[in-house]
Design a protein around this ligand. Structure first.
Ligand code: HEC
Ligand code: HEC
Length: 290
């Protein structure tokens, strides 16, 4: 009899604990873009988050989970409501499907791996994440960023080499990508493309230069032949990333600053550099810069 009573109390305690976490949200919410989200989905999202995401992103969504300490690339702090890899102009709010893509593909070269979640689970956990930054997400008046439109690639497969050449010029010339990332042509050529005198070009041109972020730590503009590009593999995905920029970081949105044709050329050029990664050709390529 005593035993049954004990079992019953422990079941009761357990049940009230479970139902407590299931009922954390008692009201539905309206998020940016007029998305109406039911409390049951927010509660499910909290469960998924607690199970899979909390070890890195933290109980409070501040990126300070127990597993986060040793990470070179810190997990995102969701409380600021700033996202890096939305397919919108950097700094604006991403659409849900942009975040689903990150969940499905992960972010290369970081601890953020691909997750095998159903569409519904992705919906739920993404809605829950928004509750960490109510100041940017909650309310009918909040707007999502405008999606980057992928224009037609003016360089067909037959013109790939021409695209790479054109991209190289924009990279070292007009857009001066090398001022944060590094230069990939010898000094004399850089001087010509950047319209500078050779004597003004220092070895700094061949180093990556640390940049500030909105999260209070510095980050590195990748060397495309060495580091992983996190959010893009194909030329099309690079077009989106260069157009959008990387939110919360020094990597600007290039849309409108240079032409779409130039962004396409740059995408081919960056892809060419990425393809040198982990190949024997990289060494010869790097030697050629000296
Ligand atoms: C092993 C650690 C780890 C786990 C577990 C993890 N993440 Fe991440 N996550 C990261 C790191 C690290 C980044 C930052 C990558 C960067 O800054 O480039 C990140 C970034 C993100 C971003 C930001 C994308 C952007 O555009 O800024 C989202 C959204 C995200 N994670 C969602 C999740 C969700 C949802 C889960 C659980 C299903 C999860 N993460 C689990 C480590 C993790
Ligand atoms: C003001 C400094 C700055 C300039 C100029 C700049 N970048 Fe970046 N770029 C960065 C930083 C910082 C990052 C790293 C962002 C992060 O934390 O993931 C980055 C990241 C990238 C990425 C990787 C995106 C990913 O998904 O991981 C690509 C590709 C890129 N830059 C290309 C370019 C190109 C091409 C140009 C010139 C048109 C350019 N950048 C100009 C600072 C800059």
């Amino acid at each position: 009899m005593k035993r049954t009573w004990l079992t019953l109390t422990s079941i009761f305690v357990l049940l009230s604990f479970v139902s407590c976490s299931e009922n954390h949200f008692r009201e539905d919410k309206v998020f940016a873009g007029g998305l109406y989200v039911k409390k049951v989905d927010l509660n499910k999202g909290k469960q998924i988050y607690t199970e899979f995401c909390m070890p890195c992103h933290g109980v409070d969504g501040d990126g300070k989970g127990v597993a986060a300490k040793a990470m070179k690339v810190p997990p995102r702090d969701f409380t600021a409501g700033v996202f890096k890899f939305g397919e919108v102009v950097a700094g604006e709010l991403p659409h849900d499907k942009h975040l689903y893509k990150i969940l499905e593909k992960g972010l290369h070269g970081t601890a953020m791996l691909p997750w095998d979640l159903t569409e519904q689970q992705m919906y739920q956990v993404v809605q829950y994440i928004k509750t960490f930054a109510p100041q940017v997400w909650e309310g009918k008046d909040k707007k999502l960023g405008e999606q980057i439109v992928v224009s037609k690639n003016p360089y067909g497969p037959a013109h790939k080499q021409a695209a790479i050449e054109a991209g190289k010029k924009v990279y070292h010339g007009e857009a001066a990508c090398w001022s944060c990332h590094k230069a990939y042509v010898p000094k004399a050529e850089l001087a010509k493309l950047a319209d500078m005198s050779v004597s003004d070009i220092t070895d700094d041109a061949y180093q990556i230069k640390l940049q500030e972020t909105e999260w209070g730590f510095k980050n590195i503009p990748p060397d495309f032949t060495w580091h992983s590009v996190r959010s893009a593999e194909t030329v099309e995905e690079l077009f989106v990333r260069l157009s959008a920029g990387v939110g919360g970081t020094a990597m600007p949105s290039w849309k409108g600053t240079i032409t779409d044709e130039q962004i396409w050329a740059l995408s081919h050029y960056v892809k060419y550099l990425m393809d040198l990664k982990d190949t024997p050709e990289r060494k010869a390529f790097m030697k050629g810069l000296k």
